[in-house]
Design a protein around this ligand. Structure first.
Ligand code: PLP
Length: 416
């Protein structure tokens, strides 16, 4: 089955009404209204998603594709439905281009071990950028160690922008693969992935784009980007944890051997050998997170119904609202000043430890993340052990940002 183009017309959205879909946002923490500013870590879930997971276990629970009974057919339809929805959401040409995984980490490891490992030899290199998440560093390091290849790193500016000329210069003949984050989880930087993909393509270098932080926030079309692999994680897209996907063209997936072996991914098995199912099923061994994918399908419907253009515009407005207000906090330094940036604000306040800040903000009901954000090399680049990070989503409000800034003022006084 081919997939239809998605409807991308922006419409006016009642954001206050949207916010009411998220039950957790009505709760209190330490007696204060929760202000959830940690969506880059994991997004909150609308009731539609929660109800879909609940309904799965109440009404449809069965294993996928293993039985002919009604419940199994329903469970399979929900699981395969998530594949259809992801294909449309990502702009894939065909549903078979979507491998369902437990998240970005598993999708990237699948590419590392199934696609790249057999293709690397001593002296080869894998190019990444200085702003990658560990999920786009460590899998390549592991296979470099097995093959005698090495990592190369394209530098960034102090503002947190990739130096595109340096990335292009680094695409030398020993580079056999490149991995780039679409939106940095620490800096919010939106990388020019279309341009990077074009340069990689000119040189025949496959490119993986880590879409963990872009899929929840930007309209996407993998074909328009022109990369070879795109990976996403469902829990950051308002979906359940333990869901995600790898997109790659069919001919690439067909060229890749299975990574995990077991049930569901085979055609025939004898003690002399096994023949495998076609892709993407040959990569989906074992019982999947069916309830999770039932929820992810609904999360994708939910995001699509609001419209990714609307979400991007709303979050940009929140970023523009928050940035000058945070800059006005004495001693506060924002790390990540890219011109093209998503609603992620990493910051430090002079003389205060990021964990102390986050702990005291939590007492005020404000949930931010503190630490290295799974990006040790980036922390090393900035000469810090960690930062505080406020990451916004479309369900946040200007009033929450005001309350966050006021809480920061009180916390500063306590720590000084
Ligand atoms: N890549 C980026 C940029 C991320 O922000 C994250 C999660 O924080 C990941 C990869 C890993 O995602 P997951 O743990 O869901 O596999």
């Amino acid at each position: 089955m081919s997939v239809a183009a998605k409807d991308v017309r922006p419409v006016a959205v009642d954001w206050a009404c949207v916010r009411k879909d998220f039950p957790i946002l009505a709760r209190k923490v330490h007696g204060k209204p929760l202000i959830y500013l940690d969506s880059a870590n994991t997004a909150q879930k609308p009731r539609q998603v929660i109800e879909a997971v609940d309904a799965f276990y109440r009404e449809h629970n069965a294993n996928v594709s293993r039985a002919v009974h009604q419940l199994s057919e329903e469970a399979t339809a929900l699981y395969e439905g998530a594949r259809d929805k992801l294909a449309v959401f990502l702009g894939a040409s065909h549903r078979d281009e979507i491998v369902l995984t437990s998240g970005t980490t598993m999708a990237t490891n699948l590419v590392a071990y199934s696609y790249l490992l057999p293709r690397l030899k001593p002296g080869d290199a894998v190019l990444v950028t200085a702003m990658e998440h560990h999920a786009d560093i460590v899998p390549w390091q592991l296979i470099c160690k097995l093959t005698g290849a090495h990592l190369k790193v394209a530098p960034i500016t102090e503002a947190g922008e990739l130096i595109v000329e340096k990335f292009i210069e680094a695409l030398t003949p020993e580079v056999k693969f490149a991995g780039v984050v679409h939106v940095s989880n620490v800096l919010g930087t939106i990388n020019p992935v279309k341009e990077l993909a074009r340069e990689c393509r000119k040189r025949g270098i496959p490119l993986l784009v880590d879409g963990s932080q872009s899929a929840p926030h930007l309209p996407l079309n993998v074909k328009a980007i022109g990369c070879d692999f795109y990976v996403v994680t469902g829990h950051k897209m308002c979906g359940p944890t333990g869901t995600g996907a790898l997109w790659a063209r069919r001919e690439i997936l067909e060229s890749m051997p299975p990574f995990f072996g077991g049930g569901e991914m085979i055609r025939t098995v004898t003690f002399d050998g096994t023949t495998f199912a076609d892709s993407p099923h040959k990569f989906e061994a074992g019982t999947p997170n069916t309830a999770g994918f039932a929820g992810l399908g609904v999360a994708i419907d939910y995001l699509t119904r609001i419209g990714m253009e609307n979400i991007a515009a709303r979050e940009h407005a929140l970023l523009e609202y928050a940035t000058p207000r945070l800059e006005a906090v004495p001693g506060l330094r924002i790390i990540g000043r890219a011109a093209n940036k998503a609603a992620v604000i990493s910051f430090l306040i002079d003389g205060m430890h990021a964990h102390d800040l986050a702990t005291l903000l939590d007492q005020e009901g404000v949930a931010v993340r503190s630490g290295h954000h799974c990006a040790h090399p980036l922390m090393q680049f900035y000469g810090v052990t960690g930062t505080c990070r406020a990451s916004l989503a479309f369900y946040n409000t200007e009033a929450e940002i005001d309350a966050f800034v006021a809480a920061l003022g009180r916390v500063r006084k306590l720590l000084q």
